[in-house]
Unconditional design. Sequence first.
Length: 189
Amino acid sequence: MKQHRLSQSQRALRHYLAQGGVIAYATRAVFGLGCSPYSQRGLKKLLSIKKRPSHKGLIVIAHQARELQKLHHPLTATEQNRVNQAWPGPVTFLVPARQRCLPLVRGRHKSKKVAVRVDAHPDTLTLLRTIKMPITSTSANLSGRRPIRTLRECHRQLGNKVKIISGRTLRHTQPSKIIDLANDQIIRR
């Protein structure tokens, strides 16, 4: 497979995220907040901005399933087939987390699982292809407040707290479905 070199702006965004930066970006339903799932500093900053409890955990998205493999244990052939049928798309799967998956990503759950998704939103996919790394995905609004659906509202509410990536939501009203891959239990519809 041919490796493509990152441009200066792509490297700068990757570096920003690796150093604990937080971005706001368009998703299918709302603007989301993202950071590197490997940056404790970024995770803490994101949770602080959002005022989200650390025990809940975060979804991690990527543009290819292999980018998520560092976060979870290998899937069985049956599990991989199930995931391949749903991705890319608005379905998030809970899968067993590897030891190196940070607790702020997993949350404090007995099952020690991580929520992962290969996204399908065009602007999100462009962003993920550009930075060539997974990021967290949670709504950009403060916990308990109305979702942020426009770029203008994103700038108004978040100002200079995060780097805002231009894009448009698709105005879907529902967030991604969350399914526990081990038992097909629907956690969020």
